[in-house]
Design a protein. Structure first.
Length: 410
C-alpha cells in the first residue's frame, strides 16, 4: 500500500512538473538566449567580461531553482555543487567565475530545458485537450446543424485517434520526466572534479573513523588482555623467586609448577600479540599477495579455488586493503552464503588490480542491506584507496563480488 502511494505521488509529481515547470523553463531559456546574444554583442567592448560574469552567476542561481523543482516534483535529489570560490581581488573573482564549469553547465541546462519544458506542457495539457476535442468531434460537428447527420468514417476515426493519443500521454510524460531527471543529474550537479574531491573526502573520513576504531580496539585489547597476561606472568615469576629464596631451601616441586605456568602464560601472551598485530599488518603480506591469498583461502571452511595472475606488485596500502577485502568476502561466504565451494581470482595488469570472489550459495547479497555482511563498509574502505566494489548476487545464486583498485596511489 505504501509503495502504491509512493508511485502515485511520483506520477502526480511528473504531471505537475510538466505543467508548473513551463514558466521556469521559459524564463531560463529566454535568459540563456539573451545572455548568449548580448554576450556576443558586448564581447568586443569593455562591458563584455563583466556582463558574462554576472550572467554566469545568474545562470547558477536559475540552475539552483531548477534543481529544487526537480527534487520536489520528480523526486530526483541532485547534489548541490560547491559554492564559487571568492579569492581576493575583483579580477581574480571574475576569472574564477569565467572558468567555473558549474556555471557554464547550468547555462547549457537552461538552453536544453526550454524544448523539454514546452514539449512536456504540450504533452500534459494541449494533447489531452485535443484528445477531448477529437473524442467529442461527432458531437461538436452536429451541434450547429438543425437536422440529424448520419455517422461516417470520420467520426469513428476521430474518436479512435483521440483514445489512442490519450492512452499514450502517460507513457510520454514518464519518458519526458526521465529525460528531465537525467539532464538535471548531468548538468546541475557538481562537476566531475568537484564530485571526485567530495568522494575522496568522504572516503578519507570513513578511513580515519575506521582507523580510529581499530586503534581504540587495539588499545582496549592491549589493556584488558595482553597487559593482564603480563601482570599474571610477573606475579608467577615473583612467586618463583619466593620459592627459590625460601628459608627452608628451594621448593623444586613448586618451582617447576610455577615455571610451567610462566611458560604457558608466555605462550598465551605471544599468541595474543600475534593476533593483535595481524589486524594491523598481516605477516602473510610480507611475501606479497601471491603468497598471502592462497594462505588465506586455505583457512576457509569452504573449499576455495585460487587463480592468480599478479604481473604487477601493488602498493602496500593497496595490497593490505585487498587482503582484508578477500578475508571479509571469504568470511561472508562461510557465514552467510551456504555455499559448497568458492573461487578466488586476482589479476594485476595495466595499473589496475582486480579481486573476484565467486560462490555457489543462495545469493541475495547486496550493498546497503545491513544484514551483517559488511559489504557497504567494505565498499567505503575500498573507496579510501580509490577502489570500487561490485556485487552480482541474484536470488538463488551464484554470488560474484568484485573489487577493483589501482596498483599505485597518486
Amino acid at each position: 500500500m505504501a509503495e502504491r502511494r509512493r508511485r502515485l505521488s511520483v506520477r502526480g509529481g511528473e504531471w505537475a512538473f510538466a505543467v508548473v515547470g513551463l514558466p521556469l523553463a521559459l524564463l531560463g531559456g529566454v535568459y540563456a538566449f539573451a545572455v548568449l546574444y548580448a554576450g556576443t554583442l558586448l564581447s568586443l567592448t569593455v562591458l563584455g567580461l563583466p556582463f558574462v560574469v554576472a550572467a554566469l552567476l545568474g545562470a547558477r542561481g536559475l540552475g539552483a531553482l531548477h534543481r529544487r523543482l526537480v527534487g520536489r516534483l520528480l523526486g530526483e535529489r541532485v547534489e548541490a555543487p560547491a559554492e564559487v570560490p571568492r579569492p581576493a581581488g575583483v579580477f581574480a573573482r571574475g576569472r574564477v567565475v569565467l572558468t567555473d564549469p558549474v556555471a557554464w553547465r547550468s547555462l547549457l541546462y537552461l538552453l536544453l530545458r526550454l524544448p523539454l519544458g514546452v514539449l512536456g506542457f504540450v504533452t500534459a495539457v494541449a494533447i489531452p485537450l485535443g484528445c477531448v476535442w477529437l473524442v467529442g468531434f461527432p458531437l461538436w460537428v452536429r451541434l450547429p446543424q438543425p437536422g440529424a447527420r448520419p455517422a461516417d468514417w470520420l467520426d469513428a476515426a476521430s474518436v479512435a485517434l483521440g483514445v489512442v493519443l490519450l492512452s499514450a500521454v502517460p507513457g510520454a510524460i514518464r519518458l519526458l520526466s526521465e529525460a528531465n531527471r537525467r539532464l538535471a543529474r548531468l548538468l546541475l550537479g557538481p562537476a566531475r572534479a568537484q564530485r571526485r574531491v567530495r568522494e575522496l573526502e568522504a572516503a578519507r573520513a570513513v578511513l580515519l573513523a575506521d582507523n580510529t576504531d581499530q586503534f581504540r580496539r587495539l588499545e582496549r585489547d592491549l589493556h584488558d588482555g595482553t597487559q593482564a597476561r603480563l601482570v599474571a606472568l610477573a606475579i608467577t615469576l615473583s612467586l618463583a623467586d619466593d620459592a627459590l629464596s625460601s628459608a627452608d631451601g628451594p621448593d623444586f616441586r613448586r618451582l617447576r609448577s610455577l615455571v610451567e605456568r610462566a611458560r604457558t602464560q608466555t605462550d598465551d601472551t605471544v599468541a595474543e600479540l600475534r593476533r593483535l598485530t595481524r589486524g594491523v599488518h598481516p605477516v602473510a603480506l610480507d611475501g606479497g599477495l601471491g603468497e598471502a591469498l592462497p594462505g588465506l583461502a586455505a583457512t576457509s571452511p569452504v573449499p576455495v579455488t585460487v587463480r592468480l595472475d599478479l604481473r604487477e606488485r601493488p602498493h602496500p596500502a593497496v595490497a593490505r586493503a585487498l587482503y582484508f577485502c578477500a578475508a571479509e568476502l571469504l568470511t561472508n561466504v562461510a557465514k552467510h552464503s551456504g555455499a559448497e565451494s568458492a573461487e578466488l581470482t586476482a589479476c594485476a595488469a595495466d595499473g589496475r588490480i582486480r579481486l573476484s570472489v565467486r560462490d555457489d550459495g543462495r545469493g541475495g547479497a547486496a550493498l546497503g542491506t545491513g544484514t551483517g555482511t559488511g559489504l557497504t563498509g567494505l565498499a567505503e574502505r575500498l573507496a579510501a584507496v580509490d577502489g570500487a566494489l561490485r556485487v552480482d548476487s541474484p536470488p538463488g545464486g551464484p554470488t560474484v563480488v568484485t573489487a577493483e583498485l589501482p596498483t599505485r596511489l597518486c
